[in-house]
Design a protein around this ligand. Structure first.
Ligand SMILES: Nc1ncnc2c1ncn2[C@@H]1O[C@H](COP(=O)(O)OP(=O)(O)O)[C@@H](O)[C@H]1O
Ligand SMILES: O=P(O)(O)O[C@H]1O[C@H](CO)[C@@H](O[C@H]2O[C@H](CO)[C@@H](O)[C@H](O)[C@H]2O)[C@H](O)[C@H]1O
Length: 481
């Protein structure tokens, strides 16, 4: 049973029948949304999973909360309902209801309406149940009333609103049963005293009877004046400046988060069979991507080498733990005091939630950031390979300063994860940003070539006070090629 179907079977859908007349307009509107995963395909099945009026029936504006099953995926929608839309809200219009309880009314994106966005914050300030929804908050953090909302600009996987430059609310779009790691991990990190991640102050969930809750939204402190790592890197490139000091500090910050996650949540050692399964999963993702992205096909056999090497490499265990899961420079913020924070612990949005919550080698996150340096260097004209190499070295050295272990000391594992990430990116770009496909393709060409003898990475001296992220023994080091 799909995640959406299992949620549907358990959620109260008493108002679902009244929503049916809205479904044709939603069917037309959804595919154009950046956060809609089924872009490019016509919707064949759309059903209401749950519907809740967050304001008393008949109030103007009305606020309708919907969970929709769209071809097996569950989406969250917040709809505003008004007799007519004021001109300022015209861009938020979805359509006019022709029938049912909202006949003749304008139906629009509620998050674009400051009155409704303010109302959502009010709900988060007062914990408790509302129909199928449950609102919760950290009692230790005050949330002032009356903060002015504004949606964030730019295309994102989810939808976020900033309140008074003090808090940011992320409204998850594609949801499923089970706590979202973007709530689970920042809460665990906050409880462990790690300050590298903004701590959730309020959140809301759907509570299907007898099933795990679905995380729907998380409010956290807004790091005002912070610089997005991606934008900062591009600015540096544009100015001909290096980024090595920042990359080093980011390596340290990432290592601190990994260490805190490994202490706070379960860790495992993947034995040879599990490592082979990991490699098989990467190989299967490569094959599926090659079927979808024609440009990848000539390189498939060469890329497979990285995964075969991983499968063959293990006599002992690979440490695995909870990780970020989709780390790239756009998920890092450099705050006004110059320190790095990590955000968006949701993992790769397209993967099932259960997969995203499994322990994995921390090198997956490291590979994500290393790929990001390559992305930035390739966005610059002319391509700046030395800039990316310097960032790469500095990040790994920073990481090693904190953990005592340089990720480059395990080149087989690192190459497998960088290859897997480049394959993921090829699919992501071909689906969402075809103009960017050339960026991961450049890496794919390089990674499909046979491995050249690498120069040895000097062993990392343990930094004073360094912490090991893995409470279990380290696997034996492989000799470097
Ligand atoms: N705590 C925060 N403080 C400041 N800006 C933030 C914060 N959290 C997110 N942002 C900004 O909002 C953007 C979207 O957040 P993100 O969690 O990456 O959402 P999505 O899952 O939709 O990609 C980020 O790129 C960042 O610029
Ligand atoms: O929306 P998310 O931030 O969760 O992540 C998805 O979108 C990212 C792009 O916005 C994508 O990242 C890729 O492009 C970045 C530059 O825009 C680059 O820094 C990353 O290294 C590259 O992977 C990410 O993969 C995707 O999951």
């Amino acid at each position: 049973m799909s995640e959406a179907a299992s949620a549907r079977s358990r959620l109260t859908a008493d108002r679902a029948a009244g929503i049916a007349p809205l479904e044709p307009m939603l069917r037309a509107w959804l595919p154009a949304q950046r956060w809609f995963a089924g872009k490019g395909r016509a919707i064949s099945r759309l059903r209401t999973v749950s519907a809740a009026e967050l304001l008393p029936p008949g109030s103007t504006p009305g606020l309708l909360h919907l969970l929709l099953d769209v071809d097996g995926d569950c989406y969250q929608l917040l709809l505003g309902i008004r007799p007519s839309l004021p001109p300022a809200l015209a861009p938020t219009l979805i359509g006019h209801a022709e029938d049912g309880p909202y006949a003749g009314r304008a139906v629009y994106e509620a998050l674009g309406d400051p009155r409704l966005a303010a109302m959502l914050l009010e709900r988060l300030r007062s914990p408790g149940a509302l129909g199928p929804l449950r609102f919760d908050r950290d009692p230790a953090t005050p949330i002032p009333a009356g903060l002015t909302p504004r949606p964030i600009s730019g295309e994102q996987t989810n939808s976020s609103l900033i309140y008074g430059d003090s808090f940011i609310l992320k409204v998850f779009r594609r949801v499923g049963p089970g706590v979202n790691p973007d709530l689970e991990l920042p809460r665990a990190l906050a409880a462990a005293g790690c300050t590298r991640v903004p701590a959730p102050v309020a959140w809301y969930e759907a509570e299907p009877p007898g099933s795990e809750p679905l995380t729907l939204g998380v409010l956290q402190p807004y790091l005002r004046g912070s610089d997005d790592g991606w934008q900062l890197a591009l600015r540096r490139l544009g100015a001909g400046a290096d980024f090595a000091a920042e990359a080093h500090a980011l390596g340290r910050a990432t290592a601190e988060v990994h260490s805190a996650l490994a202490s706070a949540l379960p860790t495992v050692a993947l034995g040879p069979e599990q490592t082979a399964r990991l490699a098989a999963g990467m190989t299967a993702r490569l094959a599926a991507t090659a079927r979808e992205v024609a440009a990848l096909r000539p390189y498939e056999a060469g890329l497979r080498g990285a995964f075969d090497a991983l499968a063959a490499s293990r006599g002992a265990g690979v440490p695995a733990q909870r990780i970020h899961g989709d780390l790239h420079l756009g998920q890092t913020l450099r705050t006004l005091d110059g320190s790095w924070s990590l955000i968006d612990f949701e993992g790769e949005p397209a993967r099932p939630l259960a997969d995203r919550r499994r322990p994995e080698p921390a090198v997956r996150d490291i590979a994500g950031i290393l790929r990001s340096f390559d992305y930035a260097a390739r966005s610059h004209r002319p391509f700046a390979p030395a800039w990316a190499d310097d960032c790469r070295a500095a990040f790994c050295e920073g990481y090693a300063r904190t953990t005592g272990r340089d990720p480059r000391e395990d080149p087989v594992l690192l190459r497998a994860y960088e290859t897997d990430k480049a394959v993921y990116e090829a699919r992501y770009e071909s689906r969402h940003r075809p103009d960017w496909l050339h960026v991961p393709m450049a890496a794919i060409r390089r990674l499909s070539e046979p491995v050249r003898p690498a120069h040895r990475v000097p062993p990392t001296p343990s930094a004073p006070g360094s912490i090991s992220p893995h409470p279990h023994p380290k696997p034996p080091r492989r000799p470097l090629a």
